[in-house]
Design a binder for this molecule. Structure first.
Ligand code: TEU
Ligand code: CA
Length: 559
């Protein structure tokens, strides 16, 4: 297995709007991030993934870019950004930027031109089609409710937008457009960045005929079979790698909705010349019912174990995993997979242990290291996310039960991850001296960085220890994965092995004690507790039968 710096790194994602406000306007910004570099260095993370800070009308909080080479005024200036890059590099940390090139903003100069006329030189930078029988060109639905098509007055044609109406899809069939993207990427790489996180990158190749996906009943349907992992996706990524990525010592991670392990090895295979890693969504769908993400169903540990085991095995020796349970699109993992009540701290540490003892690169989302939890705003008017607001409108118009809609938002809404970072117990959690763009989670009095830094048993210090242990133990990065207790529905256990060394990981996923008996004698030679979330766990013995406390995590190193 080839050693790489990005395999040995831990990545920390910053959602700039909610991280730290440096000028009191209630919006997080780059000077705010600059004021927290020592905090990040103290945590021990190696790479910062910065969600978009480019010029944008903020229809989708920056994932709708109107100028790829300029910094949005609210976030600061290009000089602030250069200070951030320098500040990170001075501390031995790296910076990867968010590359959003499946679509641009409708306020981008390319789209302003493209929509002017059918023969405009930029027309073909986007995906335009005539309507059919006075309706949209096909029956695809948008990820953000409604049709994936918008009729444009100027020419009477429709443009494709898989996301919001203000996020027209770019036409990657157009070689000139592709070259514009590669030139922009090169511009950022020549400024010294260390790579890219690529937004919905596996959607950029569509089946050219853009065929209907439904049965003609007039409903908008998910057309993923015609735009996920499309016909030219690997041609495009290999061209991008050849023309840009291969020229730099960087890391790339592609967000790949609907990718399977087999398909993933085509994206991240070390011999493929495409990407280093992908984010898959299989773990993010374990609590989604047939109606999609808002159709909340209980998750099952057996699904988590099956999915994780499958990805660990299928990429082993071929590619590399990304490891995450949190990001700016997902609810807080403690609330979703742990316990945000009595066992908040234990379960936050247990989930962190899972993410940092598997094979792959762990991604820590801002606030995860504090054990931040979901939020429940009083009414939908306090929510800001376009995905949530569009769903609310659609479901309310369809007469869905209001309390059911609100419960879906509480459990799965993206704003759960976007409430301001909780720095201390002062007004607005120390995030801003002004009025925050979104309300602070009332939990900030109890859950905040100042308190957690002062408590050596806090989630933060546990993350520090986990991250440091990964650095000191190659087995945690490069060790093989083998499941244990596969049929146990309360405990997730596995062995990592490298040479004669073993890490034995045992995680109680629930709030009740769990007794487990290993069906093989695994403790031999020297046994020491690598890490655990209960202070009094046995340090030098791993019996064949052990009793785990609620959400207890134990990792033993056997040498
Ligand atoms: O997300 C892609 C995506 O599918 C998300 O919309 C996610 O599946 C869904 O929100 C789950 O709740 C990327 C960005 O991460 C997201 O923030 C953007 O809204 C989206 O692409 C469009 O750029
Ligand atoms: Ca600000």
């Amino acid at each position: 297995m080839k050693k790489q710096w990005w395999k040995e790194s831990v990545v920390y994602q910053i959602y700039p709007r909610s991280f730290m406000d440096g000028n009191g306007d209630g919006i997080g910004d780059i000077p705010g991030i600059l004021s927290k570099l020592d905090y990040l260095q103290n945590l021990g993370v190696d790479v910062i993934w910065l969600s978009p800070v480019y010029e944008s009308p903020n229809d989708d909080n920056g994932y709708d870019i109107s100028d790829y080479r300029s910094i949005l005024g609210e976030f600061g200036t290009i000089d602030d950004w250069k200070s951030l890059l320098e500040g990170l590099h001075d501390r031995g940390m790296k910076l990867i930027m968010d590359l959003v090139v499946n679509h641009s903003s409708d306020e981008h100069a390319w789209f302003v031109e493209s929509r002017k006329s059918k023969d405009n030189p930029y027309r073909d930078y986007y995906i335009w089609r005539e309507g059919k029988g006075g309706k949209e060109p096909n029956d695809w639905g948008s990820f953000f409710s409604g049709s994936a098509w918008q009729r444009d007055e100027a020419t009477g044609e429709y443009f494709l937008h898989l996301f919001s109406k203000k996020q027209p899809d770019l036409n990657w069939e157009n070689e000139a457009l592709r070259q514009e993207i590669y030139d922009m990427m090169t511009w950022w790489l020549d400024l010294g960045i260390d790579g890219f996180r690529m937004d919905v990158i596996n959607l950029i190749s569509k089946v050219p005929e853009l065929p209907n996906a439904g049965n003609g009943d007039g409903k908008y349907v998910f057309g993923g079979e015609y735009f996920m992992n499309g016909p030219r996706i690997h041609e495009y990524l290999q061209e991008m790698n050849r023309k840009v990525l291969s020229k730099y010592d960087i890391m790339t991670v592609g967000e790949a909705i609907g990718v399977t392990p087999e398909e993933a090895s085509l994206y991240v295979g070390e011999d493929r010349g495409e990407l280093n890693m992908v984010f898959h969504f299989e773990l993010m769908d374990v609590d989604s019912g047939p109606g999609g993400k808002w159709d909340v169903v209980p998750w099952k540990l057996s699904d988590l174990k099956r999915i994780i085991g499958k990805w660990q095995r299928s990429l082993h020796g071929k590619g590399w995993n990304s490891l995450y349970l949190n990001n700016h699109d997902q609810p807080r993992m403690v609330s979703r997979f742990g316990d945000d009540g009595r066992y908040r701290i234990e379960s936050a540490k247990m989930l962190a242990t899972l993410l940092h003892t598997l094979q792959g690169t762990p991604y820590v989302y801002q606030g995860e290291e504090l054990g931040m939890v979901n939020v429940k705003f009083d009414g939908v008017s306090e929510y800001k996310d376009i995905e949530t607001l569009n769903m609310y409108e659609e479901y309310a118009a369809a007469g869905r039960d209001h309390s059911e809609i609100m419960n879906s938002i509480y459990v799965k809404g993206r704003d759960n991850a976007r409430t301001p970072m909780q720095w201390n117990g002062s007004a607005n959690a120390g995030f801003t001296t002004g009025t925050p763009w979104i309300r602070v989670n009332p939990s900030y009095m109890d859950i905040n960085a100042e308190r957690t830094l002062a408590d050596e048993n806090s989630v933060f210090h546990y993350y520090r220890k986990l991250i440091r242990l990964r650095k000191e133990n190659e087995i945690a990065v490069y060790g093989d994965y083998r499941p244990l207790l596969e049929n146990d529905n309360r405990v997730f256990a596995y062995v990592r092995s490298l040479g004669d060394d073993r890490l034995v990981v045992v995680l109680n996923f629930f709030g009740a004690p769990a007794e487990v008996v290993f069906d093989e004698l695994i403790a031999y030679g020297n046994c020491e507790l690598y890490i655990g979330n209960y202070e009094d766990a046995p340090r030098n013995e791993l019996e064949q039968r052990i009793e785990l406390r609620p959400y207890e995590a134990r990792v033993y190193k056997l040498t």
